[in-house]
Ligand binder design. Sequence first.
Ligand code: PGA
Length: 257
Amino acid sequence: MRKIVIAGNWKMYKDLEDVRAFCKAIASSLETKDLGRVLPILAPAYPFLALLQRELSDTSVKVAAQDASAHSEGAFTGEVSAAMLTSLGLEYAIVGHSERRAMHNESNEIVREKLMMLMDNSIKPILCVGETLEQRDADDTQKVILEQLNGCLNNVSLYSAEDIMIAYEPVWAIGTGRTATGEQAQEVHSIIRNWLTHTYSQALADEIPILYGGSVKPDNIAGLLAMPDIDGGLIGGASLKADQYLEMINIALESRK
Ligand code: PGA
């Protein structure tokens, strides 16, 4: 049985006070809850990683970084290495988010280097893939997704389904309020799962969580989670509000997949 992942990507939002208030708002209800297969993850900005881990240590929330350097260490002002994240006790990091691909020129090769660096440091990457609106309109969605998977995971060995998560995030649905329909997302999720089967194995493909991201919110998450290959969400805007984040966890708990 795959996990159902409710991952919040806070991007460059929230200062110290906001982070503290959010933790306070969710800690008590999550401390006492049996979450079963539901895995909550939160990815704050770097300065708040350690704080979040401390504040949520009595809950099952896992803290993730939003990125990591492709370099191991050295004179790279402003960069944060995977080893530094490991030293905080982190288990997860987002890599290849479309905002980084678009605004920081991250190619599939760079994403692959970052991903390898994370894995070498025992951090599980949440690898983002997704097409732009132009690519979808040109009927290139499948081609783009396969290129991204082949590029970012080229010669990358996976030994266990725990090693990685994939997030399908159509660029046109991110922060736009325009969500892919369950059917549109499912179509791409099944392409990803088939690719995992052919590239790795049926056993791994059956267990690797594939998340959907792009304007996920309490109102639409149940429909998405009802799809056979959608195993959770990578959620930006709606994860910033404690009540909405908790609501999405509760909806995931009720989903009967
Ligand atoms: P959104 O962001 O939920 O605000 O669309 C999702 C993401 O970028 O991961």
